[in-house]
Design a protein around this ligand. Structure first.
Ligand code: NDP
Length: 448
């Protein structure tokens, strides 16, 4: 019998923490998890899940319009009611939170609804004062929105608050040009809000393939989303009528009803007691080795708090690998190569592997295949919105080293195509596959 109260104490019940806790318990460990807010973490409570539901909700704006061209009698005064969508999404999130809690309960994981801080290599202290010992501590506290430093930032909100808005503001200014900024620009625009995206630099979605980024920018601009580039925030002033005046580094100030900051997320390490335990921090994140272990032998970390790849499925894999390695007698590490990713913009983007620029830098010769097409549904709907698929291939071996797509359903199609890239298949393998007709996905095997 161990001298510790628990074999594993997990701080944070998000995607990585829940997976680690559940699997460790199934391997026979006595596990406790502390969560100061809701079980499920960013993804389930205030991230991927409610965001995707808003994306679905928002897309009806286009679908209802298009439906008329397909013979449906959609009334002209078709109205969107934000509180209905908001409340239904919150109810779904609450249901999922219940399921996550149930899963932990079923695996006999003790859930402690309190903030926990680290006191030493084998000890944590709960907000209420209780001290708990554990053989192993896992930090899975995730990340938190990082805001620019300027007067008046307190007048803006982040993705933490956006799902609970009392009313839907008519005018939005969104800071940032990454995932959250583009996704919410699309959502708000579909809700008929006036949207201005403000970027400190001159490009959206840094890291994505240039042609795909350009296409999203072009489509977003054509839809009526405004962009301000090279425009760092100077200050936000609240006006007498409650509206906001946003001053940025270039051009006139922007009058708006609300500001959303989507300027990145920083690992949540403040006040965790990491210094006390001697845990090493590198560039604001917990430093871990390939086995998710910190420099302190009994303390591990997974997910966004380590700032490796800030994606839910990656945190889940890290949590699983941790549990199998430490408690399952099955050491394993996460493979970070060719992780597929998506931006749920309107239309969405899916990508895996190298961009064209990366491939040109890394490989001797590169061959690019593109398909630039108007989906048949858009043609009949009279929607002048084109899709773009792109295969990046090694010029010598023909291996497909990257796939980049912007198109309706791109993330759904990309997940399957990512298997081919992960498996190292070649352009010839794609060509040898018979097209599935009529589909958008068939473009993947028809590029010549
Ligand atoms: P991103 O890292 O995607 O984008 C951050 C954006 O904010 C960039 O455009 C960046 O500009 C800009 N920025 C950073 N600091 C400042 C600053 N001080 N002032 C002005 N602009 C600034 O972060 P998000 O917040 O959109 O999302 C956080 C993370 O969450 C993502 O990295 C992603 O991993 C994850 N996520 C994933 C989603 C998905 O998988 N679909 C959806 C939502 C989030 P620059 O390019 O100049 O650095």
């Amino acid at each position: 019998m161990s001298d510790y109260e628990f074999d594993l104490f997990v701080i944070g019940a998000g995607s990585g923490g829940v997976r680690a806790a559940r699997v460790s318990a199934s391997h026979g460990a006595r596990v406790a998890v502390a969560e100061e807010y809701k079980v499920g973490g960013t993804c389930v409570i205030r991230g991927c899940v409610p965001k995707k539901l808003l994306v679905y909700g928002a897309h009806f704006a286009e679908d209802l319009k298009d439906a008329r061209r397909f013979g449906w009698d959609v009334p002209a005064d078709c109205r969107f009611d934000w509180p209905t969508l908001r409340d239904n999404v919150i109810a779904e999130v609450t249901r999922l939170e219940g399921l996550y809690t149930q899963t932990l309960d079923n695996n006999k994981v003790t859930i402690i609804h309190e903030r926990a801080t680290i006191e030493g290599p084998h000890e944590v202290r709960l907000a209420g004062g209780r001290r708990i010992t554990a053989r192993t501590i896992l930090v899975a506290t995730g990340a938190w929105p990082a805001l620019p430093d300027a007067p008046g930032v307190e007048h803006g909100i982040t993705s933490n608050e956006v799902f609970h808005l009392e009313t839907m503001p008519k005018r939005w200014v969104i800071f940032g040009g990454g995932y959250i900024a583009n996704e919410f620009a699309g959502i708000f625009h579909e809700f008929a809000c006036d949207v201005t995206m403000v970027l400190r630099g001159d490009q959206i979605l840094r890291g994505y393939d240039e042609q795909i980024r350009d296409r999203l920018l072009q489509i977003s601009t054509a839809k009526g989303i405004h962009f301000r580039f090279n425009a760092p925030l100077e200050k936000i002033e609240k006006q007498a009528d409650g509206s906001l005046l946003v001053h940025v580094g270039s051009g006139d100030p922007i009058a708006t009803d609300a500001v959303l900051f989507a300027t990145g997320r920083a690992p949540k390490i403040d006040g965790l007691g990491l210094e006390k335990a001697g845990v090493e921090i590198e560039r604001g994140a917990i430093k871990v080795d390939a086995n998710n272990r910190t420099n302190v032998e009994s303390i591990y970390a997974v997910g966004d708090v380590t700032n490796r790849v800030q994606l839910t499925p990656v945190a889940i894999r890290e949590g699983q690998a941790f549990a199998d390695t430490v408690f399952g007698g099955n050491p394993r590490t996460v493979d970070y190569d060719n992780i597929p990713a998506a931006v749920f913009s309107h239309p969405p983007i899916g990508a895996v592997g190298m961009t064209e620029a990366e491939a040109r830098n890394k490989l001797g010769s590169v061959k690019i295949y593109t398909s630039d097409f108007r989906p048949m549904k858009n043609v009949l709907a009279g929607r002048n919105e084109r899709s773009l698929y792109k295969l990046v291939c090694d010029g010598d071996s023909g291996k497909v080293v990257g796939i980049h797509m912007i198109s309706p359903d791109a993330p759904e199609i990309l997940q399957a195509a990512a298997i081919a890239v992960k498996a190292g298949l070649t352009k010839a393998d794609f060509d040898a596959t018979v097209a599935l007709h009529p589909s958008m996905a068939e473009e993947l095997v028809l590029m010549r």
